[in-house]
Design a protein around this ligand. Sequence first.
Ligand code: FES
Ligand code: FES
Length: 156
Amino acid sequence: MMIKFTLNGQLVEVSSDPSRRLLDVLRQDFSLIGVKEGCGEGECGACSILFNHHVVNSCLLPLGNVMNQDIITIEGFKTTARYQAIEQAYIDAGAVQCGFCTPGMVMATESLLHLNPTPTDAEIRIALSGNLCRCTGYNMIVEAVKLASERGKGLW
Ligand code: FES
Ligand code: FES
């Protein structure tokens, strides 16, 4: 089946089984390896992407469900000023250690700030609750999101 969708701002077509996981399509067919596989069952958030601006787990998303939809991965988001603000905030807050969770955390951060540019600590923790990090203890990530929100005022 031919599936058309927008991927990082470009219209793409994939002729494939619509039941394939979007995670596999992104990594195998488009070499978008910033999308990570952790648990493979919707628990860790390492595979997070933006689906019409909402963060979703690409390991749970069948390719057929993205027909005519807008998908952004960390590779596409990297070209934006919002990414720059988030990246610098993560660096400055010490929120990146091994980095495995980071692409997913960044996508969850973007999704949150898009909907709520000035979130409270509690709102940040709820928004990131689908993304697991084995290294940081989360406090530095919450600080990074607050920093991105302050510094990126007007970007969201
Ligand atoms: S790999 Fe998708 S949620 Fe863990
Ligand atoms: S920085 Fe290592 S899992 Fe988050």
